[in-house]
Design a protein. Structure first.
Ligand SMILES: Nc1ncnc2c1ncn2[C@@H]1O[C@H](COP(=O)(O)OP(=O)(O)OP(=O)(O)O)[C@@H](O)[C@H]1O
Length: 602
């Protein structure tokens, strides 16, 4: 067996002390663009760093250029320095042009698209239990927002950071070669701001991570609110929920205010240190000129350089704040990518028949204290209909989710045709089982495409045949654009029974050997129920069927009824035999009969 299942992925903490290094950010960035684009991205980053360095040295060349122009006997030396400056600046521009080509020629956009696809593929293989722990809005903001935050602007942000740090540093090094006293003074500004920055960075990083989290929560709340609005209005609680939403926004506002305050202080400190340091350099320069050991032209040149560099250097904390946003997004993406898929047991196998067995199955949800399923043994013969009955919360749905391998039991095992589910490749289990739920999810696509989802390679005729067998034709023909009506626009106008029949058509098209029916007719009126029932009859013929049922009248003909209580199998048999035993099932049957008589009488 490979890696253990259900490994909850902790966000990757890159820095041991909390302060993540730039190198870690680069590495995470390269990881996130994937192996195809990582070398190109590395080259682009190296190009931007080299461009920033050359630009710094080019600026430093102004000092000898001015001095030569002011003191030299002819234009010769000045021209040489001018040439050096032009070559350095020109090469810097060319390098930057080439490096940013990664952005301009669409490779970054393609890398973003690929990352989104990888995240999508990851969502497909993540054990569903873990996926359900995350809210739809959070995933949405991760797959869309985080990917854009982290990749699309990466090169622009990094270019700003490099020109704010590398260019001044190299300019100072260049001046050092020209006049060691001024160069040294300029270089001293760096040891002053680097510790300041290192001291503030963990707090800034934490702030950005909290902000990112708050954004995700707000996005999930907005999605939930808008999706649930019809229900909230119906129960008159839209205002109450809106207040909760406002509370989320207020929390976001507080975090933003706090973050700005936290970010502003180091910003002002660094800006002040830089400004004071540069003024000190000029002061010393003036003093050297007065003392006669520096030519005024050289001071003029240093003045030009200082003015040119003071702005980016003093605002570099701002740019690094953008880097923090990127890093926080990268961490969230890395955490999602680190969740391992359910393990595959060796040797991989596919069942040849479709008898289902639960053998000594025990299962406890990750966040629950006691087991939901206990010592559960059952055999569901091939091509038979088994009904699961029992009080609400007894574990019926959990059993079907174990069959779909949304999670693995901690005890015992589930087999199909004698093959342990863990041996069956994850993508093949989906092909073995069709599920028809009470709530049907319709995608924002045409009716045709919604049904075709059952088997994407199916021809139009096959889709139409499945729809006919599922009793869909009458209402599809009444739709404004027939088969090509987009269900996103009118999905809400389809009745429960019609939605249900679309989902049965999907299952018919898929033609999986095992069918799970999760009370598909429970919420329907009698007329819809009849139509859905005939659709179901077409679906379940010759299949191994599991029905979750609350209304016992719907399952009297089942080949076997499994009565579950508190996660345990308490009775099994046909309806008549179970009534004869006079146990839990007979009491449930009597209670439902009494309820029916009471509602008729009432
Ligand atoms: N993701 C989860 N985490 C923790 N507990 C869960 C989870 N899903 C379900 N449960 C709990 O497990 C128990 C069994 O739930 P399950 O949905 O299987 O019951 P059920 O018999 O299908 O109920 P119903 O007939 O009401 O649909 C319940 O107590 C439920 O609260």
């Amino acid at each position: 067996m490979n890696a253990p299942a259900n490994a909850k992925a902790a966000p990757r903490k890159a820095g041991k002390t909390g302060a993540t290094s730039f190198l870690t950010t680069f590495r995470q960035l390269a990881d996130s663009v994937g192996p195809e684009d990582a070398p190109g991205l590395r080259r682009a980053l190296a190009g931007l760093i080299a461009a920033a360095a050359l630009q710094g040295f080019g600026l430093a060349a102004i000092a000898p250029l001015f001095t030569a122009a002011a003191t030299g006997p002819g234009l010769g030396e000045a021209l040489v320095w001018f040439g050096v400056m032009v070559v350095l600046m020109g090469t810097a521009s060319a390098l930057r042009w080439v490096a940013q080509g990664f952005d301009f020629d669409g490779r970054m956009v393609r890398a973003t698209w690929r990352l989104r696809s990888r995240l999508g593929a990851k969502l497909r293989e993540i054990p569903l239990e873990q996926l359900q722990d995350r809210r739809a809005g959070e995933l949405n903001s991760m797959v869309l927002g985080n990917v854009d935050e982290n990749l699309l602007y990466a090169l622009t942000v990094l270019n700003l950071v490099f020109t704010a740090v590398v260019t001044p540093f190299c300019a100072a090094l260049g001046i050092l070669l020209f006049d060691w006293r001024l160069g040294l003074l300029l270089l001293l500004v760096f040891p002053a701001i680097v510790p300041l920055y290192r001291w503030r960075r963990p707090a800034l990083g934490r702030g950005k991570r909290i902000l990112g989290q708050a954004h995700q929560e707000a996005s999930a709340d907005v999605l939930e609110y808008t999706q649930g609005l019809p229900i909230l209005r119906a129960v008159g609680r839209a205002g109450e929920k809106a207040e909760r939403l406002s509370a989320t926004f207020r929390k976001l506002e507080q975090i933003q205010i706090f973050g700005h305050r936290k970010g502003a202080k180091p910003n002002i400190i660094v800006a002040s240190v830089v400004e004071l340091g540069l003024v000190a350099v000029l002061g010393v320069g003036v003093w050297l000129v007065v003392a006669g050991s520096l030519h005024p032209a050289a001071l003029g040149a240093v003045f030009v350089i200082v003015v040119r560099l003071s702005e980016p250097l003093s605002t570099f904390i701002l740019y690094t704040a953008m880097l923090e946003v990127m890093e926080a997004a990268l961490e969230r993406i890395a955490a999602l990518m680190a969740i391992r898929p359910a393990p595959q047991m060796d040797p991989p196998a596919m069942p040849e028949s479709h008898e289902i067995r639960f053998e000594g199955v025990g299962f406890t949800y990750a966040n629950a204290d006691s087991p939901t399923i206990r010592d559960f043994d059952a055999v569901l013969p091939e091509r038979s209909l088994t009904a699961l009955v029992g009080p609400s919360g007894c574990g019926k749905t959990t059993l079907t989710r174990l069959l779909l391998r949304h999670f693995d039991p901690q005890k015992g095992h589930v087999t199909i045709g004698g093959v342990d589910l863990r041996q069956i490749p994850a993508d093949r289990i989906d092909g073995l089982v069709s599920v028809v739920f009470q709530d049907v999810y319709l995608f924002n696509d045409t009716v045709l495409a919604n049904i075709r989802m059952g088997r994407p390679e199916a021809s139009d005729d096959e889709v139409r045949a499945a729809a006919a067998a599922a009793q869909c034709l009458d209402f599809i023909e009444r739709l404004p654009q027939g088969w090509h009506t987009p269900l996103g626009e009118i999905g809400g106008r389809l009745s429960g029974g019609e939605r249900q029949r679309i989902s049965i058509a999907r299952a018919l098209l898929k033609d999986a050997p095992i069918v799970v029916l999760d009370e598909p007719t429970a919420a329907l009126d009698t007329e819809s129920e009849l139509a859905v029932q005939s659709a179901l009859d077409a679906l379940v013929a010759e299949k191994t069927v599991i029905v979750i049922a609350h209304r016992l009248s719907t399952i009297v003909g089942a080949d076997q009824i499994l009565v579950i209580e508190n996660g345990k199998l308490v009775q099994a048999g046909r309806h008549g035999a179970l009534i004869g035993q006079g146990g839990r099932y007979a009491r449930m049957w009597a209670a439902q009969g009494a309820r029916k008589r009471w509602s008729v009488a009432g």
